[in-house]
Design a protein around this ligand. Sequence first.
Ligand code: ZN
Length: 230
Amino acid sequence: MKKIILPDGREFCYELVRKRVKNINFHVKEKDVVHVSASPLISVKYIEECLIRRADFFFDAFEKIREHEKASAPNTQSLKWLGKDLKIRVIENLREKAVIDENECRVFTKDSSEENVLELVNNAVKERFKAVCAELNETVRSGLREKGFEPPNAVITIKNMKSRWGSCSYTRGHISINLRLSAYPKETVLSVFWHEYAHFWYHDHSENFYRFLLEMFPDYHKYNDVLKVK
Ligand SMILES: [Zn+2]
């Protein structure tokens, strides 16, 4: 690993690998380091000149990595709950419990370490979200009945899922709801419930599926489209 120092004092490192590539390739995948692959025919001097010329671009990339790290770091300051940002307040107390209400999340604990606070908050989120889902499930079931459709028996499971907000196994009568939806407005969670229930009647995402879904829940796109951005 070698270091580049710019005239203005900023510095970064680079790691050079000789490869049978056409010219030079630059790749930033960690903070303050540029990975360079270059043909054996290209001199180090020329490579370093290129690195210096593109320095601003690399610093932008380092900054993006830093921002990403910051955003994904555990947050014990605030909690995204049903579309609101709730302040997390730690209160020294012998109870080991977090309580979520309309305006804030209070954590009662004698151990205010980040790890313990997060665990208590996550437990509270799971418990409260389970109750929210039970309520929304009933909303959808009575909505279906009102329109003349008898809802099938459905077991609701709430869990962390990587790539889906919800899923429906219509053969087994099983609906899974992503726990991460607890950060979104209640109507958005409701839209996922309607979507999954609609799969009991239409298994794919055909026009008929959406016609049925919109007939049942006309505001579907208004509330569900926020999930497509991320
Ligand atoms: Zn679907």
